[in-house]
Design a protein around this ligand. Structure first.
Ligand SMILES: *[C@@H]1O[C@H](CO)[C@@H](O)[C@H](O)[C@H]1NC(C)=O
Ligand SMILES: *[C@@H]1O[C@H](CO)[C@@H](O)[C@H](O)[C@H]1NC(C)=O
Length: 363
């Protein structure tokens, strides 16, 4: 069977090659103008035919936008585009994100663009509701693939395509899910640093070095015939990863020639390996749930499995205690200055924790 296929392939290539050769040779008998015309035609044919043979996409992503926001980046170029994978029914999760960390107006002078990613639902009522939601908030994009867990990779690729097509001048992109809390202060000021030169070919998140799970009951089951290797390339957990915007187009274009896998984050890892881009590990990205405490959440970038109610509660608590950090710093600064002993740092840390606790209780 295999030899038959390869025989056919060789034959096709030979046929095309001879046809092209035949078309491209000049004919001494033709007139000057005729000759030129003939040549341009043959060049045009060459491009078309060779393009088809060599670069026919195996994963063409030939979907159309049903809802699009093509002008979102026209007025000003975003520093950060946030792509949030969501499902139709998660109206309250989307609203919670809009009202908390995903609010595009949280930062003065730093433009954020938030977009929710969706496919097409089989229920026309849900599609209509999402359409109405989109008309109010203008932060949803939808392509006409069927929205399902197995199509999550298409959702991510839609996001990459959107950035590459409508927002390629943005500096950074984050891809995350609707049940993730993002500490935007840390993300923007500690990780991305708006005042520094934007990075290129940059990719970071919670890096996983793993292999396929062959247990059919697992959420992450990978059939052997789809992915025979025993290891995945390093990939960032789909719960939240960040990349420089130039990577969006690179991944999208690479995906056209990379066989589709339903595990979105693994698939992006495969594209990164093809591109020679290594994802950086960053301990601020939490792949798992983490009980809320102000101290803890101040150190992270993402936390997983947060309900819309928790999102509001966490956001309100952190926003109302923003002043605490400064206050605590002022209180402990003289203490650090006064003691230049070795134990001073440890002691000041204990003092810091005690102060935060005291202020948390009192406020
Ligand atoms: C075909 O390719 C050549 C060289 O790559 C280019 O100069 C020419 O404009 C192309 N023609 C068409 C019709 O795209
Ligand atoms: C994914 O979307 C494509 C295009 O709409 C569809 O043909 C396919 O059935 C979907 N896959 C799943 C598992 O829903």
């Amino acid at each position: 069977m295999a030899s038959k296929v390869s025989c056919l392939y060789v034959l096709t290539v030979v046929c095309w090659a001879s046809a092209l050769w035949y078309l491209s040779i000049t004919r001494p008998t033709s007139s000057y103008s005729g000759h030129r015309q003939f040549n341009t035609i043959s060049i045009a044919r060459k491009n078309v035919s060779f393009g088809n043979i060599r670069t026919r996409p195996i994963n063409p992503h030939s979907f159309d936008f049903l809802i699009n926001e093509p002008t979102k980046c026209e007025k000003s170029i975003p520093f950060l585009v946030i792509l949030i994978s969501t499902t139709h029914k998660e109206f309250d999760a989307r609203q919670a994100i809009r009202e908390t960390w995903g609010d595009e107006n949280n930062f003065k002078g730093i433009k954020i663009a938030t977009l929710f990613l969706l496919g097409k639902n089989s229920d026309p009522v849900l599609n209509q509701m999402v359409e109405q939601e989109s008309q109010i908030f203008h932060d949803i994009i939808v392509e006409d693939f069927i929205d399902s867990y197995h199509n999550l990779t298409l959702k991510t690729l839609m996001g990459m395509r959107w950035v590459a097509t409508f927002c390629s001048k943005a500096k950074y992109v984050m891809k995350t899910d609707s049940d993730i809390f993002v500490n935007m202060d840390n993300l923007i000021y500690k990780l991305l640093k708006p005042n520094t030169k934007p990075r290129r070919r940059y990719f970071t998140g919670y890096v996983i070095n793993g292999g396929p799970i062959r247990d059919v009951r697992s959420k992450w089951y990978m059939p052997r015939d789809l992915y025979p290797d025993s290891n995945y390339p390093p990939f960032c957990s789909g719960t939240g990863y960040i990349f420089s915007a130039d990577v969006a187009e690179m991944i999208y274009k690479t995906s056209l020639h990379t066989r589709l896998l339903h595990l979105e984050d693994v698939y992006v890892g495969l594209c990164l390996r093809k591109l020679g881009i290594h994802p950086f590990q960053n301990s601020g990205f939490n792949h798992w749930k983490m009980a809320y405490s102000l101290c803890r959440y101040r150190r992270v970038i993402t936390v997983h499995q947060i309900t819309p109610e928790e999102m509001h509660r966490i956001w309100n608590d952190m926003s109302s205690k923003k002043h605490l950090r400064l206050l605590v710093y002022r209180l402990q600064a003289p203490f650090i200055k006064a003691q230049k002993l070795k134990g001073a740092r440890v002691k000041s840390k204990i003092l810091y924790i005690l102060l935060v606790r005291a202020l948390e209780i009192s406020s």
